[in-house]
Write a protein that binds this ligand. Structure first.
Ligand SMILES: Nc1ncnc2c1ncn2[C@@H]1O[C@H](COP(=O)(O)OP(=O)(O)OP(=O)(O)O)[C@@H](O)[C@H]1O
Length: 345
C-alpha cells in the first residue's frame, strides 16, 4: 500500500483532543475520502501524513517506509488546502514550478514541467497570468498542478472545494478525479461534504470523536452503515427506535416490521433503519406481499425536480420517503429487505 497509517494516535499538546488508533491504507491510484462532523479529527489525520504533526503512537508510512519523523518537505507528498495559498506576486508557471525550485531544478526544466502541468489541469496558455486574475476554481486547478508537478507519491487534499460555489464544486470534483486518475496517485481527500465523498471516492472513512467508525466503499457506508450516526451523515434516513420481539420481527415506534434479525436476540433494543427511496408508495390497493403497510397524513411534500421528498405522519412517528411518482401518497409499504437493524446507542 502506498499510504498507510498503523495504529496512529495523537493528542494536541495540553488538550485531550486528537485522534485515536487510526489504521488506514490507500493504494496506488486509489482515492480515499475522510468524512465526519466538524472537529471529528479529519484534518488531523491529514496533518499526520503531511508531517505537520507527529504521532504519539503508531507510525505513518509511504511505500513501505516509516516517515513518521521526517520533516514535511522530504515526504514527497503533494498537499492542497481549501484556500489555495498561491503566491500572488508570482506568475502561474512560477507558482506551479515552486516545488521544483525548492528541489533545485534548472529554470528551463522548471518552466517546461510547470507549463505541461498547467495544461493537464485545463489551464494551458495561462502560464504568464497572475493568481489575482483567476476565479476560485481556476486557482484551485493551479494549486492542484503545483501539488502534482514534482511527481509526489501521494496527494493530500484538505477541503479543496469548500471555498467554491455549488456548481463549480461539482465541476471541480470531476476535474480532481480526472487529474488524480491520470496521475495514478494515492490520494487522501478530507471533506465534510458527504455527496462529494460518495461520488468520487473509491473508499470512504468516517470519523467520529477522533476515531474511525467505518471504512468501506461508498455503497457500503450508504447501504450498510454501522450505526445511526453514519446513517445520518451519509444521506437521508428513517431511524426508528425499537425492540426485537421475535425472530424476524421488530416492534418499532411506528409499529411492527418484518426484517432480518440475524445476530440479534429477542428483547434487544435496536434502531430500525430504512433509506427513504426504499419506502414504496402504495397507490390504490396494497398488494398481497406488502405485509407492512402504513397509512398517514402528509406533513411535508417537497418537489425537488426528479423526485419528491415526503414526510408522512403515521401513528407513533414519521416515515420519510422519496418518490418520482406524481400522485398523492398517503399509504406506503416497507419491504422486509429494506430494513436494517442498527445498535440502539
Ligand atoms: N492546533 C490545535 N491545537 C489544539 N487542538 C486542536 C488543534 N487543531 C485541532 N484541534 C482540535 O482537534 C480536534 C480535531 O480537529 P480537526 O481539525 O482534525 O477536525 P476536523 O474534523 O478536520 O474539523 P473541521 O471539519 O471543522 O475542519 C478538534 O477538537 C479541534 O478543536
Amino acid at each position: 500500500m502506498t499510504l498507510r497509517y498503523e495504529n496512529v494516535s495523537f493528542t494536541y499538546p495540553g488538550t485531550k483532543t486528537g485522534v485515536t488508533d487510526i489504521s488506514l491504507q490507500i493504494g496506488r491510484g486509489e482515492l480515499l475520502a475522510i468524512i465526519g462532523a466538524s472537529g471529528s479529527g479529519k484534518s488531523t489525520i491529514l496533518k499526520l501524513l503531511a508531517g505537520f504533526v507527529q504521532p504519539d503512537q503508531g507510525r505513518v508510512m509511504v511505500e513501505g517506509k516509516d516517515i513518521s519523523s521526517q520533516p514535511p518537505e522530504s515526504r514527497r507528498l503533494g498537499v492542497v488546502f481549501q484556500n489555495y495559498a498561491l503566491f500572488p506576486h508570482m506568475r502561474l508557471w512560477e507558482n506551479v514550478a515552486y516545488p521544483l525550485k525548492v528541489r533545485r531544478m534548472s529554470k528551463a526544466i522548471r518552466r517546461e514541467r510547470a507549463i505541461d502541468m498547467l495544461g493537464r489541469v485545463g489551464m494551458g496558455g495561462r502560464e504568464n497570468d497572475y493568481p489575482t486574475m483567476l476565479s476560485g476554481g481556476q486557482q484551485q486547478r493551479v494549486a492542484l498542478a503545483r501539488a502534482l508537478v514534482f511527481e509526489p507519491l501521494g496527494l493530500l487534499l484538505d477541503e479543496p472545494l469548500s471555498a467554491l460555489d455549488a456548481g463549480l464544486r461539482v465541476e471541480m470534483r470531476d476535474e480532481i478525479l480526472r487529474v488524480q486518475r491520470a496521475a495514478g496517485i494515492a490520494t487522501l481527500l478530507v471533506t465534510h461534504d458527504q455527496e462529494e465523498a460518495l461520488s468520487i471516492a473509491d473508499k470512504v472513512a468516517m470519523m467520529q470523536n477522533g476515531r474511525l467508525v467505518q471504512v468501506g466503499a461508498p455503497h457500503e457506508l450508504y447501504e450498510a452503515p454501522v450505526n445511526a450516526d453514519v446513517a445520518r451523515f451519509v444521506g437521508q434516513s428513517n431511524l426508528w427506535r425499537g425492540k426485537v420481539v421475535a425472530t424476524g420481527t421488530v416492534e418499532t415506534e411506528i409499529g411492527a416490521m418484518a426484517c432480518d434479525t440475524t445476530g440479534r436476540s429477542v428483547g434487544e433494543e435496536v434502531i430500525a433503519f430504512v433509506r427513504p427511496e426504499r419506502i414504496e408508495p402504495v397507490i390504490g390497493k396494497a398488494g398481497k406481499d406488502q405485509s407492512q403497510v402504513f397509512s398517514g397524513i402528509v406533513a411535508a411534500d417537497r418537489y425537488l425536480g426528479p423526485i419528491r421528498r415526503i414526510d408522512l405522519n403515521v401513528e407513533g412517528g414519521v416515515i420519510r420517503l422519496e418518490t418520482h411518482l406524481r400522485e398523492a401518497v398517503t399509504t406506503v409499504a416497507i419491504p422486509r429487505d429494506a430494513v436494517r437493524l442498527l445498535p440502539a446507542s
